[in-house]
Design a binder for this molecule. Sequence first.
Ligand code: NAP
Length: 535
Amino acid sequence: MTLTGHSLIAGQAVAGSGKTAFGVNPATNERLDPAYSLITEEQLTTATSAAAAAYPSFSTLEPGTHAAFLDAIADNIEAIGEELIIRAGQETGLPAARLQGERARTTGQLRLFASVVRQGDFRGVRIDPALPDRTPLPRADIRQRQIPLGPVAVFGASNFPLAFSTAGGDTASALAAGCPVVFKAHNAHPGTGELVGQAVVKAVRDFGLHPGVFSLVYGPGASIGQALVADPHIKAVGFTGSQSAGIALMRTAAARREPIPVYAEMSSLNPVFVFQGALKGPADRIDALAAQYVTAVTGSSGQLCTSPGLLFAPEGEAGDKLAAAVARAVSGCAGQTMLTEGIAGSWHAGTRALGSADGVELLGQGTDGTAENAPAPAIFGTRVKDFVANHLLHEEIFGAASLVVRYGSTDELLQAAARMEGQLTASLQLTEEDYPTAAPLVPVLEQKVGRIIVNGWPTGVEVGHAMVHGGPFPATSDSRTTSVGTLAINRFLRPVAYQNLPQELLPAPLQDENAWGLNRRIDGTSVPASSLAGS
Ligand code: NAP
């Protein structure tokens, strides 16, 4: 495919009238062609008004066509072939194997959402039939379904240039809900964004959909990103990135004449709690645990939203051995190129601040990588009393850095957990003998996180029906939902009730005929599509 350096607005490649920007190879700090022309606010309005114009037809698309459209986006992304992996590698420094896995996740989640559209339960059909003879008052016929919110603004993440970007989870779930998408390209991977954007535009065209169903716009977050969220055509926002940008967007959305929901995934330390039982057993058990932890901290250069930034280890001999094994394991690690020079700079600033905090020591550190922006992974140590006293120790350092916190008692562990801010995950490393000690921690963690893991590591998020990738603030801006998995579709829906509407005026999913073959809740009872009851 040819990269144009243009935004893709309602099916057209549009040269921006603003400044230009380039992708940069973080391994060399060299610019990558082509130049990307940034759009103006006026040009942005073309995308948002086209999205609004696309809403009536796209939001009522028949399920078979709607699902096939999502499948076609996945097919088109695969059809790009190696060019996508090469460009994404140049723009992010991420290795090819990681990007190939991410591409499979991206197409897999588009196809998963296609199956959700075919199955149809997200439409949430409920029918309370009329009770004309009910006393003292008759009941009207009331029917409910979920409708798509309207055009959605999506901001991609720098650390997942495919799976959390142009056609990533937020875009896939919004399109599956029936919402047109205006995607604000991430400046850290503009060419990758355009390649995937072209794949989406092709599917829109091939299915004869309104071209406003999808637009990809290039522009600075602080101006174009803000204008996008302020635009009255936009009805919801999906975002993954820093706390500061996420909060700025939440403020803009809340200050609108019509406030809209912002689903922002921001920062998380993903604590791991190691119990005494997990450190018993064969001599190499502790080394294995340390190696797994260091792998989770350093994988993808630590630039995963689920990288463990905290490990709670018991005081005493076994905990000492674990801390020593962690120090040995990390000292053997070389730095890997980070996503951008700016993100590497933030890592340096964060580790400098953590390393000089009261009660914190450097446990172990690897070596710098040979390429640019590849700092040596670092693991620090402290005690619970310092952790609970200093908020700096609770701040995410995006990249390969983590803090081992030593605890003396279950009470200390509970105290530390209670003091933590909201997180995406918490992990427990334990054996059966630890169940009584771990039991009081579980209800505390339920209040803090979106996912609790036993004897596993938080990295590697399964995309499925039961997954929750969310959590209380600041992990996300709205703890009631998830940005990974099929439940993510609910973020872009709202219920509407229809009272006493004749069949001719009811939308297809609510008509007695049930032409879309939906499971329904009739008078409070689940009625599978195959049943004729209640129809
Ligand atoms: P970022 O700086 O928050 O940028 C994310 C997106 O938001 C970009 O498109 C950016 O636009 C836009 N943006 C930035 N400031 C904005 C503002 N004031 N108003 C509107 N939009 C704005 O995040 P990043 O560069 O991808 O990564 C930096 C940090 O994000 C990391 O250090 C890490 O802490 C965090 N992060 C967290 C996760 C997670 O999953 N929890 C994932 C990735 C990153 P432009 O840059 O184009 O102007």
